[in-house]
Design a protein around this ligand. Structure first.
Ligand SMILES: C[C@H](O)[C@H](O)[C@H]1CNC2=NC(N)=NC(=O)C2=N1
Length: 91
């Protein structure tokens, strides 16, 4: 079981454009059209399956919100930071 990170540690390790929102980290990505966002969400799903660590993804026209938390630990862990970095690497 991964260790929960405290808010200061999270803030210091969050990649650019990511925000801490309660027990979750989140980023909104922007796209030129809806289907680009859908394709991106699918790619995020692929790495989530590879890493077995799954985000909440909200798709709307031109924007996709990605939200990570470690459900079993009840907060943000290294896995969530790692997944944020992997998600950014898709762009
Ligand atoms: C039941 C539980 O969700 C699963 O064991 C795995 C799969 N994906 C997961 N994803 C996330 N974000 N947190 C988890 O704790 C987690 N656990």
């Amino acid at each position: 079981m991964a260790e929960l990170l405290d808010d200061d540690t999270i803030e210091s390790r969050l990649p650019e454009h990511w925000h801490l929102d309660g027990d979750e980290i989140t980023r909104t990505y922007e796209f030129d059209d809806y289907l680009e966002g859908v394709a991106f969400a699918s790619e995020v799903g692929e790495i989530a399956e590879e890493q077995f660590h799954h985000p909440e993804i909200r798709i709307r026209y031109g924007k996709v919100d990605v939200r990570f938390t470690s459900h079993e630990e009840g907060g943000v862990t290294d896995q969530d930071i790692d997944m944020a970095e992997r998600t950014d690497a898709l762009r």
